[in-house]
Design a protein around this ligand. Structure first.
Ligand SMILES: [Zn+2]
Ligand SMILES: [Zn+2]
Length: 214
């Protein structure tokens, strides 16, 4: 069991002033507000512009897959924090035998920290949106931003759901249970660097032959 590491993590990596509910509120409150605001900027969408939504969804699934298969599991220059938080901390805090949060403070080991969330939005989403507004239309850019944020919030929600106690009403939903099994297999230390890199829907795991059903 990883009880010793959990004690160490809570002592060394969770600041005394950390509050899980504030972290939840920032992620879903600020993220959700930004998503609604972006969606509200869209007007008179042409049929072709709607294609931005499924294309962004597929692109996000691909980014989730490669981000996880790459820098989250392999030390990469400039992205050390991502590796540290994921492989060194998240995977030691939660193993396939012990997947559950013990309370709101443990959300620190699940949700992206606000600083990383802001970094990804500024470094990756914003430049892509500006480029889309320039080469396509403002509608395409806003649809891209709204869909990316919706995908990110869905990612955070599902990942949190996989680490809830099994009796929790959200954890008992059929689809969550099916997806949780895939993520639990990924938390097996023997499989973590090889299988089930999609946290949400295993589209790229199927495409790239890394899906492990157990
Ligand atoms: Zn996890
Ligand atoms: Zn992982």
């Amino acid at each position: 069991m990883n009880t010793e590491y959990r004690v160490e993590y809570r002592r060394d990596h969770v600041p005394a002033g950390y509050r899980g509910w504030r972290h939840l509120l920032f992620t879903f409150g600020v993220g959700g507000a930004a998503m609604v605001l972006s969606a509200s900027r869209v007007s008179h969408v042409a049929l072709l512009e709607w294609a931005t939504v499924p294309l962004t969804f597929l692109y996000a699934n691909f980014a989730e897959y490669w981000g996880h298969r790459g820098p989250m599991h392999h030390l990469t220059r400039g992205l050390r924090l991502v590796y540290e938080r994921h492989t060194r901390q998240h995977h030691r805090f939660f193993t396939s035998e012990n997947m559950e949060l013990d309370g709101l403070r443990d959300l620190r080991a699940v949700l992206f920290p606000p600083i990383l969330m802001s970094f990804f939005i500024t470094a990756f989403m914003l430049p892509a949106a500006l480029l889309l507004a320039w080469i396509a239309t403002p509608n395409v850019a806003w649809l891209f931003v709204a869909t990316s944020l919706a995908y990110f919030l869905n990612y955070e929600f599902l990942h949190m759901a996989y680490h809830l106690p099994p009796g929790h009403p959200i954890a008992r939903l059929g689809m969550i249970r099916r997806l949780e099994r895939l993520h639990r297999a990924h938390h097996d230390p023997r499989l973590m660097a090889h299988r089930n890199f999609n946290i949400t829907y295993p589209i790229c795991d199927v495409l790239f032959g890394t899906l492990e059903r157990r």
